[in-house]
Ligand binder design. Structure first.
Ligand code: URP
Ligand code: ZN
Ligand code: ZN
Ligand code: ZN
Length: 488
């Protein structure tokens, strides 16, 4: 039989297994079969020798911000997805953000389709950010968007003035997402604590980038995390708490999971590798690492994030790529007016869509901090399951042939990361200088090589990426267990 691609001599790693000596056969964008000696049976238009290296499912980054109006100097769908494939990510889920003035979600979603269509290097889908969840939106529009567009997740904010919802609005949303089987993502920080501290710090002229972290202490995340777990329990609804950074907050999640509540959580590379001392730095450089929740001060929190990756507290590991340029008047430098720093005005967020997969491979798997199976689960399989991407997230017959081929050990010269080597449209990386001992050698999107590090680098084209209609989460659903006789 004629097939499109055979990857020979692969060590296939999935969320459950490590299978040496495999040939992976690809036809019509899907994996046809895998096994030993298949390259002798099939005739392929293209063959790649993996030389015994790991082959893992393409990365799924389920939390990126591209082309959002709040981040005017950040990455577009073109530059963001270009960066994704160069770092082994073949699917991204970006946000379609409602502003409080948008009285319908339909034009919002259309607008993001316009930004993405024909521009993406990798496959993509949208989560909705609900900033003004009116009855019409919840009752009439969400069901249509689930059914017709396959948009099966929303993100809610407990903080940020232009986006935040109060608890009763969160309950309103949960009532609808519960009925629709949507995954509800929550940004959990206590808004009043943050605003109040910010005012006090400003009165004392403590406005350098570093004080951004002081204004958002762990306890603001811990409290909001516990609160939203309580809201979820009241409504009997699965949630995912995004970008977690605090040990105590993670322990709230862990305890809830032990009680069988369907609570999921996510953490990000910067909460594993960077501390808040990075916010100090001369010449306003600390602004490069301003994000929310902030980088934490105490190693204990970073260690807890690693532990949470290992013990299952975290379901997903995402970049939260929310990039703005540093040296740009509407980028990070918006927080520097007439030479005076104002952390309140610094756009929040860090770039990281390209580094997410290699950083966890090099800094996690190769350092024996997590297993390769756990790495696959966190970077690909679980996001596929949680967000209803049925054809992605593992290496098995019938699944999309989204694959990353690594270097066999010893084959790649270790290197210190430099922003010049990255493919985003951002003038810095917070991981500058970090050592990497491996990097995706080839990235394959539905059977086509889109990244070939040793021969031209980017070989995919914009427009290769397709819009993904998603189904429901297969990880959890309401349990029909309630706090009392009240039924949501
Ligand atoms: O600092 C961050 N994370 N900014 C991006 C928006 C968000 O809350 O995810
Ligand atoms: Zn957030
Ligand atoms: Zn400087
Ligand atoms: Zn985010």
């Amino acid at each position: 039989m004629e097939v499109d691609l055979i990857i020979r001599n692969a060590t296939v790693a999935t969320a459950s297994d490590i299978i040496p000596d495999q040939d992976i056969v690809v036809k019509d964008e899907r994996i046809l079969c895998l096994g030993q000696g298949l390259s002798a049976i099939f005739k392929a238009a293209k063959e790649i020798d993996a030389e015994g290296a790991y082959v893992t499912p393409g990365g799924i980054d389920s939390h990126v911000h591209f082309d959002q109006p709040m981040m005017r100097t950040g990455d577009t769908f073109e530059t963001g997805t270009r960066s994704a494939i160069a770092g082994g990510t073949t699917t991204i889920l970006a946000f379609a953000q409602q502003r409080k003035t948008d009285m319908s979600l339909y034009p919002v979603v259309e607008d993001y389709h316009r930004r993405a269509t024909g521009n993406a290097y990798c496959d993509y889908g949208f989560h909705l950010i609900l900033a003004e969840p009116t009855t019409k939106i919840l009752n009439e529009e969400l069901p249509v968007l689930v059914k017709e567009q396959g948009i099966t997740s929303v993100k809610l904010y407990m903080t940020y003035e232009p986006l935040k919802l109060v608890d009763r609005q969160i309950l309103d949303v949960m009532m609808s997402t519960r009925a629709l089987g949507m995954t509800t993502m929550v940004h959990a920080e206590n808004s009043d604590m943050i605003d109040w501290i910010t005012e006090k710090l400003e009165a004392k002229k403590m406005t350098d980038p570093y004080y951004h972290a002081v204004s958002r202490p762990n306890i603001a995340e811990d409290e909001a995390t516990y609160r939203v777990i309580s809201l979820s329990e009241l409504m009997d609804i699965p949630i995912l708490i995004v970008h977690m950074s605090s040990k105590i907050a993670a322990s709230h999640v862990r305890k809830a999971q032990t009680r069988d509540l369907p609570i999921h959580a996510e953490t990000c590379p910067h909460y594993l590798f960077l501390k808040s001392d990075r916010l100090r730095g001369e010449h306003f450089e600390g602004a490069k690492c301003v994000c929310s929740p902030p980088l934490r001060e105490d190693q204990m929190d970073l260690d807890a994030m690693w532990q949470g990756l290992r013990n299952g507290t975290f379901t997903t590991f995402s970049s939260d790529h929310a990039a703005t340029k540093f040296d740009h008047p509407q980028g990070k430098k918006a927080g520097l007016v007439d030479g005076i720093a104002s952390f309140r005005k610094i756009p929040n967020g860090l770039p990281g869509v390209e580094t997410r997969v290699p950083i966890l491979f090099s800094g996690g798997v190769l350092k024996d901090k997590i297993t390769i199976q756990k790495f696959v689960e966190l970077t690909s399989s679980n996001p596929a399951k949680l967000y209803g991407l049925g054809k992605k997230g593992t290496i098995a017959p019938g699944f999309d042939a989204d694959l990353v081929i690594w270097y066999p050990s010893g084959k790649m010269t270790p290197f210190p990361l430099s922003n010049d080597s990255l493919h985003h449209d951002i003038d810095y990386t917070p991981f500058e200088g970090m050592g990497f001992e491996n990097w995706p050698r080839w990235t394959i999107l539905r059977g086509a090589v889109v990244w070939d590090r040793d021969n031209g680098g980017l070989v995919g084209k914009k427009g290769d990426g397709q819009y993904l209609r998603r189904g429901r989460s297969t990880l959890s659903k309401p349990r029909e267990v309630f706090v009392n006789e009240f039924r949501p």
